[in-house]
Design a protein around this ligand. Structure first.
Ligand code: GLU
Length: 478
């Protein structure tokens, strides 16, 4: 893919430049800007695991960016590109993301420098448990101090191993399950966490399109229906976002970019089928029902209404920012646009829905999972039937009216069934996520529209987030 050119700042520097742009417009007490920006600590661990008859040494990191709220929160990434700069950039983004969506956490991130495709399941379990052991014994995994989650290259399976490892090492901790989020349902997870980031992307776009003034800034009009969308990366985030947008909002996924090329169809791709192909064949090469383009990165610059980079950082950089044709870019990945590219796109009048907001659905539902684990009860368990019973009263009254009025009026056939059903955990999670995404967008938009010196959503988002972090520092007496 399009690696950032050498003359660009590193990922961490890029995040700091974006931070600086916003902080320069704020009136922070002397020294506080620097205190918020820096990464508090990064722990590097090198550990050995005996595999295939010899000891292999692995390098892992856990960066803690800000402890203005604890626990700190952020995923663990498995990728050969993981290094200290990357985890620190990602940890910083977690701080701002959590502040923006009001998830009561500081920011953290972990990474293991490994290509998970090179190991079988048993080997990955040994490696994950050993990495978790190293972090747990230093309280870098702990329900009240540091709570990891999935990220690129990890998922429910790895989180279950980590949770189990923590439980083995803390046999009397009643809150052990809250030490990590993104677990499978049967290991203390929550309904809707797997698809949460993709769902959050959908809710973010829906909220954006609820504001015609904002839509007009992107030189677009109308709603999501019929909009042409290009998605880069059909991993957990990109796949769910593309699927929801096409199946539920009528958007056309005209392009999908993957590691081995891109697929293009102006009439819209069948996301489910492409994903099935990808899982079965390990790539999109050979997919029969679309035009394929060998140079996948070139499709980033293809004509479309909305571009959704949903994989790696730095894919939109100084080398291609001038060519991007999409009017609206939504950052489903963390840091897909470098600071330099951000300047170019802003000058070109592109509207960017920034990562610290756009991909916050994951950590939002992680927050719900953590609360569920600490309260030891499934959401909705107490109130669901009571809600149904109260709704039944209304339905009974309406049915009486229906009988009395004869042909003049009758209940809509599906009303009774829909109205009676009390919300289950998944519905509550979606409602909480939708509300979070709407409110966070509105807080950014207030700054975007309310200040002449703020011309983009990213700066607005950073201002909201930095202000909240600054307030909690002040409340601590710092
Ligand atoms: N890794 C995800 C992110 O970058 C989720 C973090 C979490 O749930 O703690 O936001």
């Amino acid at each position: 893919m399009c690696a950032a050119p050498l003359n660009e700042p590193t990922f961490r520097q890029s995040v700091d430049l974006m931070f600086n742009r916003a902080a320069a417009l704020m009136d922070l007490p002397p020294g506080l800007e620097q205190k918020i920006r820096v990464c508090n600590a990064t722990y590097t661990v090198r550990f050995g695991v005996r595999l295939r008859g010899q000891i292999h040494t692995f390098t892992g990191y856990r960066a803690v960016h800000s402890e203005h709220m604890e626990p700190v929160k952020g995923g663990i990434r498995y990728s050969a590109a993981v290094d200290q700069d990357e985890v620190e950039a990602l940890a910083a983004l977690m701080t701002y993301k959590c502040a923006l969506v009001e998830a009561p956490f500081g920011g953290s991130k972990g990474g293991l420098c490994i290509d998970p495709r090179e190991y079988d399941e048993h080997e990955l379990e040994l490696i994950t448990r050993r990495f978790a052991y190293e972090l747990i014994k230093r309280d870098l995994i702990n329900p009240s101090q540091n709570v990891p989650a999935p990220d690129m290259g990890t998922g429910e399976r790895e989180m279950a191993w980590i949770a189990d490892q923590f439980a083995r090492m803390n046999t009397t901790d009643i809150n052990a399950r809250a030490c990590v989020t993104g677990k499978p349902l049967n290991a203390g997870g929550i309904a809707g966490r797997v698809e949460a980031t993709g769902r959050g992307v959908q809710y973010a776009l829906r909220e954006f399109f609820r504001h015609p003034e904002d839509v007009a800034k992107a030189e677009l009009s109308g709603g999501l229906d019929g909009k042409r969308v290009i998605v880069q990366g059909l991993g957990n985030v990109g796949y769910h976002a593309a699927r929801f947008l096409s199946e539920e909002d009528g958007a056309l996924i005209t392009g999908i970019i993957e590691r081995d090329g891109a697929l293009y169809d102006p009439k819209g791709l069948d996301v489910g089928r492409v994903h099935e192909w990808l899982v079965r064949h390990g790539g999109i090469t050979g997919y029969p029902d679309a035009n394929s383009v060998a140079d996948g990165a070139a499709v980033l610059a293809a004509e479309c209404d909305i571009l959704i980079p949903a994989a790696l950082e730095g894919v939109i950089n100084l080398s291609n920012a001038h060519d991007i044709q999409a009017k609206l870019i939504l950052e489903a990945a963390n840091g897909p646009i470098t600071a330099g590219a951000d300047d170019i796109l802003r000058t070109r009048g592109k509207v960017i829905i920034p990562d610290l907001y756009a991909n916050a659905g994951g950590v939002t539902v992680s927050y719900f999972e953590w609360v569920k684990n600490l309260s030891h009860i499934r959401f909705g368990r107490m109130q669901r039937r009571q809600e149904e019973a109260r709704h039944q009263l209304v339905v009974d009254e309406l049915q009486r009216l229906d009988l009395m009025l004869g042909d003049a009026w009758s209940l809509t056939p599906s009303f009774k069934e829909k109205y009676l059903r009390g919300a289950d955990e998944l519905e509550l999670v979606r409602s909480g996520l939708d509300d979070t995404m709407r409110i966070a967008y509105q807080s950014m938009r207030e700054v975007w529209h309310g200040r002449d010196d703020v011309t983009d959503l990213r700066t607005a988002g950073f201002i909201v987030a930095i202000d909240r972090v600054a307030r909690s520092y002040r409340a601590k007496g710092l």
